[in-house]
Design a protein around this ligand. Structure first.
Ligand code: NAD
Length: 510
């Protein structure tokens, strides 16, 4: 790991507040934030949290940078993002490994996360030439009317631990090509990967003489995130994390009539119809439920199975779970790595207890693994529970590998169960029946931001708009026209005639 950190020019003891090119801080040693790896429990880094004084300096540097950056032509901004993508290609192995070690996801998924950064860079380069506005026909003679899109200003990005770098890039790369500057507050559980990202893009920023402050990093816990939410100088707060966090951020930002973009918790279901191809469905279920140890916002948490195939699906799942290898995620042979910390393990245990209390039956019981290779205390056995109904524990997102099985008779019942939770992120149906698939995708079908057919709930491509409804927060990031969230729309009317015709035929004579 040391050699990777050296290559990334990131020191474990490095102070944590940055305005792109410089790292500095005014916080005391006593306040240092410790980052422990869930893989082996080792202390990876001690990072200086951002103080109020640091924060104000960062925001002022960002604001000054915005005055220059907003005037750089968008395709030129895209070219700089393209160069960042090249840097991430170069450092993919090192950064992917660091993501895996700091967060605990498998090496493959760590690399996959860096690939997402590269992909969004490529997407943003193309988008930088397509920040299109519409042209409208004016009702007045000799008038032209059109709309254009301008940058917002300073964008605050609050990110969660489970995608420690990709979520930042989804926001930052689009925000930058749109002409904004960014201040990133990563999760306090994964500060080192954020520092590494800043180091990776630093060279590009310097070589292109990008003003100091276009890319800023602040570190710390929720109190530091709250600084962004309260601050009227932050034009947009894009926050990814729990619904509890999203409600707090939304209320604060709405109180100052600011803009927010929320990507919050999911409680994703798959419907397995009697017309499903189970050879495709079973691996999708297992990957969706245990991948990243159930710590994806899109993890499969609920399985809604047609009653005629319920026993068959159940048996196949129990068999597949029996083959899972749990252990160090840096070892490619393992399927399931650790949870992020012991608090997450406690949440998993509490859910297992509630399952029994609420009439559930554990087909595969949960367990905290002990002994050599499990010293961090964060490794748990993925569990499967049969539930009598969508009880309270099923309604709640437990960020751990617990899969709930539910039975249905008709497709309408299945859709009602799928929609019958407070969250609305990702959903899918496995069926080869066209009518079922189309009904699931119709206005009377899934109420989620993502609805799939014959692929699982987990994982998304950057080309589509990503996000969900209800308690998931309603925001959309990444592809399609998600860029519009990072810009303000301006309608322009130009009179090139010699008279002043008023709208709606109103006469005003002097
Ligand atoms: P979390 O809510 O504990 O923390 C997320 C971030 O918000 C952290 O940076 C944290 O410091 C900050 N924060 C917490 N409370 C805050 C407050 N009151 N004001 C300002 N900032 C605050 O979430 P987590 O445990 O890091 O991540 C897991 C959660 O994130 C899950 O619910 C998961 O579903 C969700 N998530 C959603 C998406 C999505 O795109 N929908 C993606 C990734 C994760």
């Amino acid at each position: 790991m040391q050699q990777f950190l050296q290559k990334l020019k990131t020191q474990p003891m490095m102070s944590g507040t940055s305005t792109g090119q410089a790292f500095w801080h005014t916080s005391a040693e006593a306040d240092l934030l410790d980052s422990h790896s869930p893989v082996d429990g080792q202390l990876m880094a001690r990072v200086y949290p951002t103080t109020r004084e640091d924060y104000d300096q960062v925001v002022e540097t960002a604001r000054a940078a915005f005055l220059k950056w907003r005037l750089v032509p968008a395709p030129r901004r895209g070219e700089i993002v393209r160069q960042m993508g090249e840097q991430f290609r170069q450092y993919k192995k090192e950064l992917g490994t660091l993501v895996s070690y700091e967060m605990g996801k498998s090496l493959q998924e760590g690399m996959g996360e860096v690939q997402e950064i590269i992909d969004i860079c490529d997407f943003a380069v193309g988008q930088s030439r397509q920040l299109y506005g519409l042209t409208m026909h004016s009702e007045r003679p000799d008038h032209r009317m059109y709309e254009q899109w301008h940058p917002l200003g300073v964008v605050g990005i609050i990110s969660a631990f489970n995608f420690p770098v990709a979520v930042w890039s989804w926001n930052a790369m689009l925000a930058w090509i749109c002409g904004n500057v960014c201040i990133w507050k990563p999760s306090e559980k994964t500060p080192l990967t954020a520092l590494a990202c800043q180091q990776i893009i630093k060279e590009v920023l310097e070589q292109n003489e990008v003003p100091e402050g276009v890319s800023c990093l602040i570190t710390g816990g929720r109190d530091v995130g709250a600084l962004l939410a309260e601050d009227p100088r932050i034009a947009l707060v894009s926050a990814t994390g729990s619904t509890r966090m999203g409600k707090a951020v939304a209320q604060t930002v709405a109180g100052r009539l600011g803009r927010y973009l929320l990507e919050l918790g999911g409680n994703n279901a798959m419907i397995i119809s009697q017309h499903a191809d189970l050879n495709v469905a079973i691996p999708a279920i297992v990957f969706g439920a245990v991948g990243t140890a159930g710590q994806r916002c899109t993890s499969t948490r609920r399985l809604i199975i047609q009653e005629s195939i319920y026993e068959d699906v159940k048996q196949r799942l129990v068999k597949a779970y029996g083959q899972l290898r749990i252990g160090n995620p840096l070892d490619e042979k393992n399927h399931v790595g650790p949870l992020i910390d012991r608090a997450a393990v406690a949440g998993y245990q509490a859910a297992l207890f509630q399952i029994k209390e609420q009439g559930g039956r554990l087909l595969i019981d949960g367990e905290i693994l002990e002994g050599p290779d499990f010293e961090s205390g964060c490794y748990v056995r993925p569990a499967i529970a049969e539930m009598p109904a969508q009880t309270e524990v099923v309604q709640h997102e437990t960020f751990a590998p617990i899969l709930y099985l539910l039975k249905y008779g008709t497709l309408d019942e299945a859709i009602a169960l799928q929609n019958g939770v407070p969250q609305g992120l990702s959903s899918s149906i496995f069926t080869l029946n066209l009518r079922e698939a189309e009904r699931f995708l119709s206005a009377a079908g899934s109420d989620c931001g993502i609805a799939n057919v014959n692929i699982g709930t987990s994982g998304a491509e950057i080309g589509g708009a990503f996000g969900g409804e209800k308690e998931t927060g309603g925001g959309r990031e990444s592809g399609s026209d998600a860029w519009k969230a990072y810009m303000r729309r301006q309608t322009n009317t130009i009179n090139y005639g010699t008279t002043l015709p008023l709208a709606q035929g109103i006469k005003f004579e002097l």
